[in-house]
Write a protein that binds this ligand. Structure first.
Ligand SMILES: O=P(O)(O)OC[C@@H](O)[C@@H](O)c1c[nH]c2ccccc12
Length: 238
């Protein structure tokens, strides 16, 4: 098995999980006819340590898309879908995913804990998404999991505006879960905002829509690098 999702993210100079999502929640076509292999190559060239693939129907995703992405990259891949049963975990693993989304807003506590345990047993990293303190307090211990604050609301189908301050407010509580990898996800468009989240202490960011819309990924990445000098922990040795 390749590098684990958490290891790849925490070792990265630019810890941005870049997401392939066919459509925005409003129905905007984000792939614009570009082949999946081209989108993956673009994210790899921009230095993504991990990729995310949305397989949820709301966003035009399918499990075929996940299979296609894992066929054309060695990077660890997160499957973003509304996972509710262990059968879906096995499918994720068989299609080559390294991590799976578990959404605290949609899963009862006991089910979430059971799915996280099962995912770990299958060699998958639970990527647990939260939106408030109550959800965070209900989490199982998260030493082997990513805990991600979603800046948008999945119950509103991700349609509203993003509240990036939510990530800043919730970071101490997220750290309290024991996760080695706090992540901020959704609505991160401006590289200066991305830099602010990393400087605040986030170990990773998840960015989809903006990077799929952007004509130039290198300028976004350069702006992020300029606003957020790489930490010594993430600098390659030698
Ligand atoms: O495209 P954005 O705003 O950069 O957001 C990415 C990601 O966080 C978003 O696609 C997402 C967050 N939670 C989800 C659950 C299922 C599918 C997709 C998602």
């Amino acid at each position: 098995m390749g590098t684990s999702f958490v290891d790849a993210l925490t070792a990265a100079r630019r810890p941005v999980i870049m997401e392939l999502k066919p459509r925005s929640a409003d129905g905007e076509d984000l792939f614009r006819g570009r082949p999946v292999s081209e989108l993956v190559a673009r994210f790899e060239a921009a230095g993504a340590p991990c990729l995310s693939v949305v397989t949820g129907r709301w966003f035009g995703g399918t499990t075929d898309l996940l299979a296609e992405v894992t066929r054309c990259t060695e990077l660890p891949v997160l499957q973003k879908d509304f996972i509710t049963n262990t059968g879906q975990l096995r499918v994720a693993r068989d299609l080559g995913a390294s991590a799976v989304l578990l959404t605290a807003a949609l899963l009862p506590r006991v089910a979430l804990a059971r799915l996280a345990e099962r995912a770990l047993a299958l060699g998958l990293t639970p990527f647990i998404e939260v939106t408030d303190v109550v959800e965070i307090e209900g989490l199982p211990s998260c030493e082997g999991s990513v805990v991600a604050v979603n800046n948008k609301d999945i119950k509103a189908r991700e349609r509203g505006a993003a509240d990036v301050d939510r990530s800043l407010r919730l970071l101490p509580a997220v750290r309290g879960t024991g996760t080695p990898c706090p992540v901020s996800a959704s609505g991160i468009d401006d590289p200066k905002v991305a830099a602010r989240l990393l400087s605040a202490g986030y170990a990773g960011l998840l960015v989809g829509t903006h990077l799929l819309r952007a004509d130039r990924l290198d300028s976004w990445c350069e702006e992020l690098a300029a606003s957020h000098p790489v930490s010594s922990a993430a600098r390659p040795a030698g």
